[in-house]
Every structure is written in C-alpha cells, then in structure tokens.
Design a protein around this ligand. Structure first.
Ligand code: SER
Length: 336
C-alpha cells in the first residue's frame, strides 16, 4: 500500500500535479452528508470555479467512508473505509491527457505494469432524452492506446455517470477501468464489464465534469471543464497481488491475524468464521479512522458518533460469535 500510494503521487507529480493532503473524513461545509464519500467531495468549491491555492492540477490520497453497503461487508470485496487515489484537473487538461495517463500508469512497467490483456473499460452510452451523446471521444482515445473494441462496454447513467454531489452542480460522463478476476489467465474474447459484471473488478474511475445540472434539471455545458479521478487503493492492491479477497492486503491482514490470535480460530476455518473476521476488521478499522480523524468523533447516539457506536457494536457481536469474551476492540484499534 505504501508503494502504491507513493507511485501514484510520484507519477502525477511528474505530470506537474501538486500533491495535497487528505481532507478530514468529516465534511467541512456540507450538512447533507455525514462523511467524505469520495475524493471529489472536499474539492467541490474548486470544481465550481473557485481558485485552488495549489493550482489547476492536484493529486492526493483521500480517506473515504461509504456505509450504504454495510450489509455487504463480509464478502470478498466490500469495505466501509477506503482510500481513494485521485488526480484533478480544475479547468486544465481533459479527456485525452486523463485517459492516456491512466493507461500509462496502469500498464507501464515503471508504474503498475498490469497486463493490457487483462484490462477492460466502460464509457457512457449516451442519453437521447437529455441531448447527451454517447462518449465516442473517450472510446476513440482508448482504442488509440490499444484497447480493442470488444473490451469497451457502453453503459448507461447507473454505471457511467457521476454527480452532481447535490441537486445541482457539475457532473458528467465517466470512463471506468476494470481488471480481470475470472477463471483462466485471460478473459475470453468479447468479454467486458457490460457482458460479465461479476468477473471484472472496477479499479479506477475518470469523471469528465463537462455539464452543469441547473435548477430546471437541464444539462448545460460547463465553462470550466474538470477531471475528477478516483482509483480504489484496496481494490487495486487486490489486482496487483492476485489475492482472492481484499482482506489479504497489507492494510487489513495484520488485523485478521490479530483476530485469529485473540479467538484461537483460523480465517479459512469456515465461511462463518471468515465473514465474522472480515466484519470485525472492517468495522473497527472504520471506527478507529473516525475517532482518530483530525475532527475526532466519539461513539454516541447521533450523527457520525452513531455510526462509530454501530460499528463497534457489530464488531463486538461478531467477536462473541468467534468466542472472544474479553474486551478486544482496543487491540485491533492499535493494529489499525
Ligand atoms: N468521484 C468519482 C468516484 O468516486 C471519481 O473520483 O468514483
């Protein structure tokens, strides 16, 4: 994880991006959400045109929390806290540079060195009713880099559109990058994230903020075109390492080992044990990150504090299921 963060920031610094620190997990000026859910969240004022003190090209690693999938935690890939690697163009470069740099970072042996034969992408399919065309420009750029037509999926708003963060504001089509996680070394011909959603793991999303959604719900072209990208640190580590699940990466595995030690059980013992260990490690990691944030939040019965309490309560329950009867949360928190 350290090498991936470092390589990402170095790569974009070499493309004249300024490295900025992660913002707090607790949003500054947005009462509509409890947590920072994406790297773009703290940057909304700058995407709307305010000048950023560090310039028009930024890169960072942002701490994020998404709790809407809390009940999915326990499978091989869902987590509630994650790190998002991002690069930003605030009215500077657009599609061509973004896509070319994404491809270079993913495939160059100097950076991630992923096999191009195991990568596929999706682009926005277009929406006639809103006068938004299919994103042929993005598709052509991918093809010019060597991505074959059968590895490009054209998908609707549900998959390939981002924003606005609130009711109105900057938004646009996105193009997403996927890594093959199915059987066999290489994906079969014709396979892409549109034809086989389950075996392609999304690792990176490049959003082209070229529209403003106005009060009437109309999409008008934006004067300042922005780029917002988000690469999931945890999922990309899974792609790079070949691990079968996200809990084996180095920011999770020491937590699992500690739970094995405390319970005397083994991670691979049974589906139930694996699931409980995943839930405990995820939830206590998230609770620790919220309590350890610059804007420290303690467990309580309202707002962010309620989420902390809920995370701890669920972790304790799964601890009991594993036969841990003493207090153990602090020991996991120390590992985090
Ligand atoms: N905002 C986009 C996402 O969260 C890209 O950063 O996926």
């Amino acid at each position: 994880s350290k090498i991936l963060r470092q390589k990402y920031l170095e790569f974009f610094a070499s493309k004249e991006h300024k490295i900025i620190p992660s913002a707090s997990l607790i949003p500054e000026n947005d009462p509509t959400v409890l947590f920072t859910t994406a790297g773009m969240h703290p940057l909304v004022p700058y995407l709307l045109g305010e000048k950023h003190p560090e310039g028009k090209r930024l890169t960072n690693v942002q701490k994020c929390i998404r709790t809407q999938d809390i009940d999915e935690v326990g499978d091989n890939r869902h987590d509630t806290f994650f790190e998002m690697l991002g690069n930003w163009s605030l009215g500077d470069y657009f599609k061509k540079e973004t896509i070319s740099w994404s491809w270079e970072f993913l495939t160059s042996p100097k950076y991630l060195g992923l096999d191009p034969k195991k990568l596929a992408v999706s682009v926005f399919a277009g929406e006639e009713e809103n006068g938004i065309p299919r994103d042929n420009e993005a598709a052509q750029i991918w093809q010019s880099l060597g991505v074959s037509e059968d590895r490009i999926a054209y998908l609707p708003r549900k998959n390939n559109w981002w924003g606005p963060a609130g009711q109105t504001g900057p938004c646009g089509p996105d193009t997403e990058m996927f890594y093959w996680k199915g059987d066999g070394e290489f994906p079969p011909a014709g396979s892409n994230p549109g034809t086989d959603e389950d075996h392609w793991l999304e690792i990176w999303n490049d959003v082209f903020m070229q529209y403003n959604k106005n009060k009437e719900g109309k999409y008008e072209p934006l004067a300042q075109k922005n780029v917002d990208t988000g690469m999931g640190l945890e999922r990309t580590l899974v792609a790079l390492s070949g691990f079968a699940d996200v809990f084996q990466i180095d920011t999770f595995w020491p937590l699992i080992q500690k739970i094995e030690e405390l319970s005397g059980r083994e991670y691979i013992e049974s589906i139930e044990v694996t699931k409980s260990m995943r839930i405990i490690s995820d939830h206590l990691r998230t609770a620790t990150m919220i309590m350890g944030d610059d804007k420290q939040v303690a467990p309580s019965n309202v707002d962010q504090g309620y989420i902390v309490r809920r995370m701890i309560r669920r972790a304790v329950r799964h601890g009991r299921l594993l036969g841990i009867n003493e207090n153990f949360c602090d020991k996991i928190a120390n590992e985090v």
